[in-house]
Design a protein around this ligand. Structure first.
Ligand code: HEC
Length: 157
């Protein structure tokens, strides 16, 4: 075994840093298409589940609860960052999917709708945390619109 010192240690550090920097995209691309498809669908379902909890409060089906609203909105925000790495090249097929081929033909538009969602969920998480019910209900509608806008163009019926 070689003890890493001097130049060797520097080289090791540089190599480790490079690994960290590139680890995420490399992993996303190495995953088999069927796993990527199932991954993105599970995240989208988890996001949907938390949206349903909020929607029930918006509709008055369950009494407003500040802690539950803040928690669900935080989960929606965090989850809204996650599905997109599952739409990499070659993941248009490999498992049953409703992703439309337009996703890979117009990646800028797909990306911009992701950004709209993430901006809207950040607002919702902040207002739900503040406990301003009128405000977070409005922000909830904006998130729901962002979901629909993307589904209209990029999800098959
Ligand atoms: C940027 C585009 C985009 C946005 C924004 C978006 N979705 Fe989707 N969603 C898709 C696509 C594409 C699919 C189809 C994925 C597949 O079948 O591989 C999908 C599928 C789904 C599914 C079905 C998953 C399954 O089990 O097959 C649910 C549920 C869902 N989305 C909920 C939501 C909710 C809730 C929001 C908003 C909080 C949202 N989506 C925002 C693009 C989007």
């Amino acid at each position: 075994m070689r003890v890493v010192t001097g130049i060797g240690a520097v080289a090791a550090t540089v190599a480790a840093t490079a690994c960290l920097t590139f680890a995420h995209p490399a992993v996303a691309q190495d995953v088999k298409p069927d796993r990527a498809i199932k991954y993105r669908q599970s995240v989208l379902r988890a996001m949907d589940y938390n949206m349903d909890i909020l929607e029930a409060m918006v509709k008055g089906e369950t009494p407003p609860n500040k802690e539950v609203a803040a928690q669900s909105a935080l989960f929606v925000e965090q989850l809204s960052h996650m599905p997109w790495s599952g739409f990499g090249p070659g993941t248009d097929q490999g498992a049953p999917t409703k992703a439309r081929p337009e996703i890979w033909k117009d990646p800028e538009k797909f990306k911009s709708l992701q950004n709209d969602l993430m901006a809207a969920t950040a607002k919702l998480a902040a207002s739900a945390k503040s406990g301003d019910v009128a405000q977070w209900k409005g922000d909830f509608s904006a998130v729901a619109d962002a979901c629909r806008n993307c589904h209209r163009s990029f999800r098959a019926r």
